[in-house]
Unconditional design. Structure first.
Ligand SMILES: Cc1cc2nc3c(=O)[nH]c(=O)nc-3n(C[C@H](O)[C@H](O)[C@H](O)COP(=O)(O)OP(=O)(O)OC[C@H]3O[C@@H](n4cnc5c(N)ncnc54)[C@H](O)[C@@H]3O)c2cc1C
Length: 370
């Protein structure tokens, strides 16, 4: 764990970039990372579940299987532990909404303009050059387009014709999307004093999306300022699993809302059996299914990361296609397992490619040539 805690995600510049400030890994950082490298193949060869099975205790087996999900390679498990142990596994203050608002504010300060509430129908491509986006039939022209919607769905849905290049075919073929159903409760009881994260085996499994969930994990936000009124607690639970087709079928047969309510009620009951102080105290609940994520994000099956299995061959997909100029891709899908670090780094890379193509200096404020 000590060795892995010294590993860093390299944030470097693309080749041939003009930049105000070069980014590179110092020799010291590389040397600190070296001791972990010989250990990596050992974890990469086994899944988190297989790693858990090396322990005799059933409790530990379940723990290792459920922290990041059973199918991830065990490397992701060790990275998660090491990140937390190093004290660098924090969360954004105020939650994801506050973080997004801070990013929007920064973009605004830099001179960017955000047009909210608009859904791009297609990216306009003329003579092999991206020249804007089409919204409600109107072309909004631009010198370049950076697509930050999930690349896996964008390559099929956001262009007049699907993008077919060797890397897009690979992405379609090998991606194992990570999906969840998210249950949120507002409980009229203060759960301060209980751990922030809890996992337990309920008396009977929770049925979620037609599958049995044997282990329930909850986040207890008691003590988090502003998450719930005084004396109350916000509690969430992410049930990992691909229930997209199940949810879609419920939508089509008209039982989607009933199914969501049943899930929430079953969950509330299971929670009250474990924590009796929560019984009859749930004031509000909400359930987000993969269809909810799909509606908000337009991502493939409503997924938000990629399962980096032991079979997965690590690859950073290109930030730009071969056959369309002035078009760039960024976002979690460009490198498994995705998540915020990849979303940020791939966004940075996309802008670097744009700067290089337009003869601009990265990190310096200037307009691209018309
Ligand atoms: C419960 C949960 C827990 C997570 N925990 C972690 C964690 O601990 N660590 C971590 O690193 N990651 C975590 N993630 C994953 C992380 O949130 C995502 O990987 C990340 O937010 C992806 O960012 P993105 O910018 O690539 O994509 P998105 O956040 O999906 O952004 C794409 C944006 O494009 C917009 N869009 C799509 N189509 C269109 C269109 N046609 N027109 C206009 N706009 C469009 C969408 O509305 C969306 O705002 C978690 C996710 C969930 C759901």
């Amino acid at each position: 764990m000590k060795r892995f805690a010294k590993l860093n995600m390299p944030v470097t510049d693309i080749k041939g970039l003009k930049t105000k400030k070069k980014s590179f890994m110092s020799l010291g950082t590389i040397l600190r990372m070296l001791p972990a490298l010989p250990k990596m193949p050992y974890y990469a060869r086994q899944s988190a579940k297989e790693y858990g099975m090396r322990y005799k205790s059933e409790l530990l087996q379940r723990l290792f299987e459920n922290i990041i999900g059973p199918d991830y390679s065990a490397t992701a498990l060790v990275f998660t532990f090491a990140t937390l142990a190093s004290g660098d596994g924090g969360y954004p203050e105020g939650g994801s909404l506050s973080m997004a608002l801070r990013m929007a504010k920064k973009f605004d300060i830099l001179g960017g303009k955000i047009r909210y509430g608009m859904r791009v129908n297609t990216v306009s491509v003329r003579n092999g050059i991206a020249d804007g986006v089409v919204v409600d039939g109107e072309l909004l022209q631009s010198e370049a387009v950076i697509v930050t919607r999930d690349t896996l769905s964008a390559i099929d849905d956001l262009f007049d014709f699907p993008i077919r290049e060797p890397w897009t075919e690979r992405m379609r073929k090998v991606t194992k999307p990570l999906l969840n159903t998210f249950i949120c409760l507002g409980i009229e009881v203060d759960l301060e004093g209980l751990p922030e994260k809890m996992g337990f085996v309920p008396m009977r499994p929770l049925m979620c999306g037609g599958k049995e969930e044997q282990v329930i994990k909850i986040c207890n936000y008691a003590g988090y300022e502003g998450y719930a009124p005084k004396g109350c607690t916000a509690v969430t639970s992410a049930i990992i699993g691909d229930t997209y087709d199940y949810s879609k079928a419920r939508k089509e047969d008209g039982t989607y809302e009933i199914e969501k309510e049943k899930l929430a009620k079953d969950f509330i009951k299971i929670l009250s059996e474990k924590l009796p102080q929560t019984a009859e105290k749930t004031a509000v609940w909400d359930v987000a299914t993969p269809l909810t994520y799909e509606r908000y994000l337009g991502s493939f099956k409503g997924s938000w990361m990629t399962v980096a299995t032991k079979e997965y061959k690590m690859e950073y997909y290109p930030s730009k296609p071969e056959n369309i100029r002035n078009l760039y891709f960024a976002g979690q899908r460009l490198r498994a397992p995705g998540g915020l670090p990849v979303a940020l780094d791939s966004g940075r890379r996309a802008v670097q490619f744009l700067c290089k193509d337009f003869g601009m200096v990265f990190g310096q404020s200037e307009k691209p040539p018309a």
